[in-house]
Design a protein around this ligand. Structure first.
Ligand SMILES: Cc1cc2nc3c(=O)[nH]c(=O)nc-3n(C[C@H](O)[C@H](O)[C@H](O)COP(=O)(O)OP(=O)(O)OC[C@H]3O[C@@H](n4cnc5c(N)ncnc54)[C@H](O)[C@@H]3O)c2cc1C
Length: 460
C-alpha cells in the first residue's frame, strides 16, 4: 500500500523538512488520565501545557492522519490577536471589561507562541511584524477609519492599532491603488507546518503518547472508541475543529468551510525591494470576501481567501482542497494587488476546512460532570487562539480558577446549525452575497447592504 503524500497538502508541508512518516498507531485498548482527539494545534497545545503543569499526568493524543494534517498545517500563517467573536457579542456575554480582557489575552498569546517556539527549539519562522490592512476604495477607507476609531473608543490605543496614510501604507506594502491602511503590531507571520510538527515533537519529548493513523470513531464520557479498541480516560478532549461533524452526535456543531491558498515561487530581492513587507507583516484588505497574505521566510507570497463552496452534509474530501476557479481568482487578485507579479509562477495551490459555529463565537470548555472538553469554532482565526485554548483547557482539567478560565469564551455553547439543505442554501447564498457586495461597492462607490443582510441572517 502506498503511503499518503502528506507533503502535497500545502506549501508548508512541502517545505517543512519533514518526512511525515506517521508515528505508530494506538496498538490496543488503553487507559490514560487525559486523551485528546486530534493533533492539530488545539490538541497539541492542550497536551503541551497539561504535561508541563503536571508531569505525572498520563496523556495521549490520538490523530487520524499525522500531526498538522488539518488546518493547522495549511493556514495563512497569521498568528494574530484577531478573535472571531464580535465585540458586542463578547460584551453581551460578559461586559466591556470581559471583552477587553479577551482581546488583551489574545495579544499576549501572539507573544506566548513565539516564546514557546524559542524555548522548544521550533524553527517556525516566527516574526512579529504585525498586520497591515489596506483600503483600496473610498468605501473601504471609510470602513477602515470607522474601525480604528471604534477600537480606540473601546480602550485600545495607537500602540494597538493606528491609521497609515497612503504614503506610509505604500512604504510598508506597495500594493496597487492603496488609499490608506491600518497597522497593528499584534500578529506574527509563521510557517504553519513547522510550528505544528515542531510542537508535536516537543509534546512527545515531554512524555505525551502521540498516536497517529488512529481515527477515533466515537467519543463518550470517560471513553473513546478506535479500531484498536476502547481508550478510557477521566478527561476526553475534542480538538477536531472542521472535522467535528464527522463524529457521531456532532453533525451540526460547526460548519466546515474551505479556505484556499496559493504560493508563488521565491521572488527576487529586487521585487521585494519594490513591494516592501520588509518586516514580514501579514496583510489583507477590507473587501467582504476575505483575503490574507504573508511574505514567507523564503521570499514567496503565500496568499489565500474564501470563496470555495460549502459542501452538502458538511462533507470533507481531499478533492475539495483544490478548486481551480477559486485558485485562479486568487492568482488574479494577487496580480491585481501587485502587477509586478503577473509573470511569476504559482508553485503551490491548496486548501483545507476550518470550523464555523452557528453564532460565529469560538469557545473552549470542559464539563466537570462528564469530563468531556472541547475547543474550536475559531472561524479563520485559530492559529494563536488554539494556544489560548490549550492553556485554558489545561487549567480547566486541573480544576484551577485562573484569569484564563474567567474569559468570556469559556463554557460558551453555540446553537447548532440548521439541518440540510437549509445549511447548504444559507452558506452558499452567503458566499454569493459577499462577492455581490464587493462588486456592488466598486460599482457604486457606496457601502453595500448585502453583507449586512447576511450578518443579520447569522444573528450578528
Ligand atoms: C487555508 C486556511 C487558512 C487559514 N489561515 C489562518 C490564518 O492565517 N490565521 C489563523 O489564525 N487561522 C487561520 N486558519 C484557521 C486555523 O488554521 C485553524 O483555526 C486552526 O489551525 C485550528 O486548529 P485545530 O487544531 O483546532 O484544528 P485542525 O488543525 O483542523 O486539527 C484537527 C485535527 O483533528 C484530526 N481529527 C479529526 N477528526 C478526528 C478523529 N475522529 N480522530 C482522530 N483525529 C481526528 C484531524 O486529522 C486534524 O489533524 C486557516 C485555515 C485554513 C484551512
Amino acid at each position: 500500500m502506498s503511503l499518503p503524500d502528506y507533503r502535497s497538502l500545502s506549501l508548508w508541508h512541502d517545505t517543512a523538512d519533514d518526512t511525515f512518516v506517521a508515528r505508530p498507531a494506538l496498538p490496543g485498548p488503553a487507559s490514560y488520565d487525559v486523551v485528546v482527539v486530534g493533533a492539530g494545534l488545539t490538541g497539541l497545545w492542550t497536551a503541551y501545557y497539561l504535561r508541563r503543569a503536571d508531569p505525572a499526568l498520563r496523556i495521549a493524543v490520538l490523530e487520524a492522519e499525522v500531526a498538522g494534517f488539518g488546518a493547522s498545517g495549511r493556514n495563512g500563517g497569521w498568528c494574530s490577536a484577531l478573535f472571531p467573536t464580535g465585540w458586542d457579542k463578547l460584551v453581551k456575554a460578559s461586559s466591556a471589561d470581559g471583552a477587553l480582557r479577551m482581546h488583551r489575552a489574545m495579544q499576549e498569546t501572539v507573544r506566548e507562541v513565539g516564546r514557546v517556539a524559542d524555548a522548544e527549539g521550533i524553527d517556525a519562522h516566527y516574526q512579529r511584524g504585525g498586520t497591515v490592512t489596506l483600503a483600496r476604495t473610498a468605501v473601504q477607507l471609510q470602513r477602515l477609519r470607522a474601525g480604528v476609531a471604534e477600537a480606540h473608543a473601546r480602550g485600545f490605543t495607537e500602540d494597538d492599532e493606528r491609521l497609515l496614510d497612503a504614503d506610509e501604507a505604500s512604504t510598508m506594502l506597495a500594493a496597487d491603488g492603496v488609499l490608506g491602511a491600518a497597522y497593528t503590531p499584534h500578529c506574527a507571520a509563521i510557517h504553519p507546518s513547522r510550528l505544528a510538527r515542531g510542537l508535536a515533537e516537543a509534546v512527545r519529548r515531554h512524555g505525551v503518547a502521540l498516536h497517529e493513523s488512529t481515527p477515533v470513531t466515537r467519543i463518550e464520557p470517560g471513553a473513546l472508541v478506535t479500531a484498536a479498541g476502547t481508550v478510557r480516560a477521566r478527561h476526553v478532549i475534542r480538538a477536531t475543529e472542521g472535522y467535528t461533524p464527522q463524529l457521531p452526535g456532532e453533525h451540526r456543531t460547526v460548519m466546515p468551510v474551505y479556505s484556499l491558498m496559493i504560493a508563488t515561487e521565491p521572488l527576487p530581492d529586487a521585487v521585494w525591494e519594490h513591494i516592501g513587507l520588509a518586516a514580514r507583516p501579514t496583510f489583507g484588505d477590507l473587501r467582504h470576501m476575505i483575503i490574507y497574505g504573508q511574505r514567507t521566510a523564503d521570499g514567496r507570497f503565500a496568499f489565500g481567501g474564501r470563496g470555495a463552496p460549502y459542501h452538502l452534509g458538511s462533507s470533507i474530501r481531499p478533492a475539495y482542497d483544490r478548486v481551480p476557479a477559486v485558485h485562479a481568482a486568487l492568482r488574479r487578485t494577487l496580480a491585481e494587488l501587485f502587477p509586478v507579479l503577473a509573470d511569476f509562477k504559482v508553485t503551490h495551490a491548496w486548501g483545507g476546512p476550518l470550523g464555523i459555529p452557528r453564532d460565529w463565537c469560538a469557545s473552549v470548555g470542559l464539563d466537570p460532570a462528564t469530563g468531556l472538553g472541547w475547543a474550536g469554532g475559531y472561524v479563520g482565526d485559530g492559529v494563536a487562539t488554539t494556544n489560548l485554548a490549550g492553556r485554558t483547557l489545561a487549567d480547566l482539567v486541573l480544576g484551577q480558577d485562573t484569569p484564563l478560565t474567567r474569559l468570556p469564551w469559556v463554557g460558551h455553547r453555540s446553537p447548532r446549525w440548521e439541518t440540510e439543505p437549509l445549511r447548504w442554501l444559507g452558506a452558499n447564498a452567503g458566499l454569493q452575497l459577499m462577492s455581490f457586495a464587493d462588486r456592488q461597492e466598486s460599482r457604486t462607490g457606496r457601502p453595500s447592504r448585502a453583507a449586512d443582510l447576511f450578518g443579520r441572517f447569522l444573528g450578528h
